[in-house]
Write a protein that binds this ligand. Structure first.
Ligand code: XMP
Length: 528
């Protein structure tokens, strides 16, 4: 497990100690939904460190291990005596039981996965208003066999005797199920009971407080120095631009590198919106020719990505020298990136993080030694949904806030085989039609992504009396929570018909439209 450091000025109100669960981040998000600030930290965090941060509550996450397994992650046993309320979830509860002298059955033979009706035995405190018989999500092999002294049972299920437990006097609580997942119907009721009633937290983590704090932190960090931001038009870099502009005004320079692979009208929209409407200083770099020239003859998708990424760094380097000097580089790093990439690069002299890679969606190569910036990363405590809220609150239009994910190398990877200007124009037109029709039919905000792909194979068709020999366009439209898994969207035939008719009629060079009905896995969302 990586160890996580707290690098923020606001101290976390609730700390989640991570024991390796896939849900640790989700717990943090749920807590923040109650407007209480939470951070995920390593299970190795000592009781002293926790005491210094003085959180109002601690949650121990689940984890894949068994508490008796050699090398199973443990916590500092002194945390039980801190007097801070602690809620153990799944593995976290088993660890609490184990370290406090109870027993866990590792071969109960009663593994429980999926939904289970919860039988509430004591509806005071933690389970207040959690409806008897309501569904909770279970995912465990081991189970608590014997409660430590001072603990009582709060609930059970058909297969789990100790589904929820408490030692009120010690302010310790445990649940075998996962209140944080959506399938747990009264999970949020339980979480709110813990956060508000047991820990006594107040809802003070709001978009407004975040913006106010971030603005003053950026001002304090940057002083009178200049900051450079690579704007991509996505919600992260756009929100960042708005936030920084509010904090430091003209000390911010945005650089928008037009590789020539954006969707129809996007570069114009971005410049109009940021530069003209909001007077945010954006330098438009037209690098279209450079990129298309570099891609001549390249058909391998990985090679394509590498070439585009390397060229991006080169243009960025040249332009930042031309426009500079800059002291700081602003990055739209989000909280999941921080959790996942512990061990970041810190300048030993100043203690500030330094960029060894340009994140911006081009994770290739690094910047040369003499072009290293200090980083400004005011979004690094936020989850994606929080960034959207901040963006909205700062005045970003829905068009940007709800923009579908778009790969850094853009349309270049949605053209299979060699990229040419002719194919780019063709794909841009087809892509616009797909998005227009899906928006028109009212599905745009419900789907994760909807786009067109161009295949470099020709097939025979007929238009009027003419025989055609043109490319096909693939329509890809998927639903997904996070892009890790996805299902193809069941669009109405009428919408598909409009898309197909319009593309073959309006887009030169295309005589056929096909629909991708592959889920991920085994397919990926992009084709490449
Ligand atoms: P795949 O194709 O791997 O894509 O199923 C998963 C999600 O990631 C997006 N994607 C990218 N996003 N830079 C990005 O910021 C990239 O280079 C990139 N490549 C893929 C993709 O659109 C999908 O949402």
């Amino acid at each position: 497990m990586p160890s996580f450091s707290v690098d923020t000025q606001r101290k976390p109100t609730i700390i989640i100690l991570d024991f390796g669960s896939q849900y640790s981040e989700l717990i943090a998000r749920r807590i923040r939904e109650t407007e209480v600030f939470s951070l995920v930290m390593s299970h190795r965090t000592s009781a002293n460190e926790l005491q210094e941060l003085s959180p109002k509550g601690i949650i121990l996450s689940g984890g894949p291990n068994s508490v008796y397994a050699p090398g199973a992650p443990l916590c500092d046993p002194s945390i039980w005596n801190l007097g801070i309320p602690i809620l153990g979830v799944c593995y976290g509860m088993q660890l609490m039981v184990h370290q406090l002298g109870g027993a866990v059955d590792i071969a109960s033979g009663k593994a429980e996965y999926g939904k289970a009706p919860l039988q509430v035995d004591d509806s005071t405190s933690l389970l207040n208003k959690v409806v008897n018989g309501s569904t909770m999500w279970m995912s465990h092999g081991d189970a608590v066999k014997e409660l430590p002294e001072g603990f009582v049972r709060l609930a059970h299920t058909a297969n789990t005797a100790e589904a929820a437990i408490a030692a009120e006097k010690l302010r310790l609580y445990g649940v075998q199920f996962h209140p944080e997942v959506v399938h747990s119907t009264h999970g949020m009721t339980l979480i709110k009971n813990f956060v508000y009633e047991i820990c006594g937290c107040r809802p003070d983590w709001t978009t407004t407080t975040f913006i106010d704090e971030a603005v003053s932190q950026v001002r304090a960090q940057v002083g009178q120095k200049r900051v450079l931001l690579a704007l991509s038009g996505g919600v992260d870099s756009s929100t960042l631009a708005f936030l920084l502009h509010r904090a430091i005004g003209d000390q911010l320079t945005c650089m928008f590198i037009d590789q020539g692979f954006m969707r129809k009208g996007e570069p114009e929209f971005l410049m109009q919106f940021f530069d003209k409407q909001f007077h945010i200083n954006v330098e438009y770099i037209n690098a279209r020719k450079r990129f298309i020239n570099k891609l001549q003859g390249i058909t391998d998708p990985e090679e394509k990505r590498k070439v585009i990424g390397a060229e991006f760094i080169r243009v960025f380097e040249e332009e930042s020298v031309r426009l500079g000097p800059f002291d700081y580089l602003a990055q739209g790093t989000l909280y999941p990136d921080v959790i996942e990439s512990a061990g970041t690069n810190v300048d030993p002299a100043t203690g500030e993080r330094v960029a060894v890679k340009i994140k911006s969606h081009h994770n290739v190569g690094g910047l040369p030694k003499d072009l290293q910036f200090k980083l400004v990363e005011p979004l690094r405590r936020l989850f994606k949904d929080e960034v959207r809220k901040v963006g909205r609150s700062l005045g970003l239009p829905e068009e940007i806030v709800r923009r579908h994910p778009f790969p850094g190398p853009g349309l270049a990877i949605r053209i299979l085989g060699e990229v040419t200007n002719q194919k780019l124009n063709c794909l841009r037109d087809a892509d616009l039609i797909v998005r227009e029709e899906i928006r028109q039919a009212g599905f745009y905000n419900d789907v994760w992504q909807a786009f067109a792909v161009l295949l470099p194979v020709c097939s025979v068709g007929v238009m009027g009396d003419q025989r055609t020999y043109d490319w096909p366009i693939v329509v890809r439209c998927v639903s997904s929570e996070d892009g890790m898994t996805a299902d193809w969207s069941r669009l109405p035939y009428e919408t598909l018909e409009c898309i197909s008719n319009r593309i073959v009629n309006e887009v030169e060079g295309v005589n056929r439209v096909v629909l991708d009905i592959t889920s991920k896995p085994p397919g990926t969302i992009e084709w490449e």
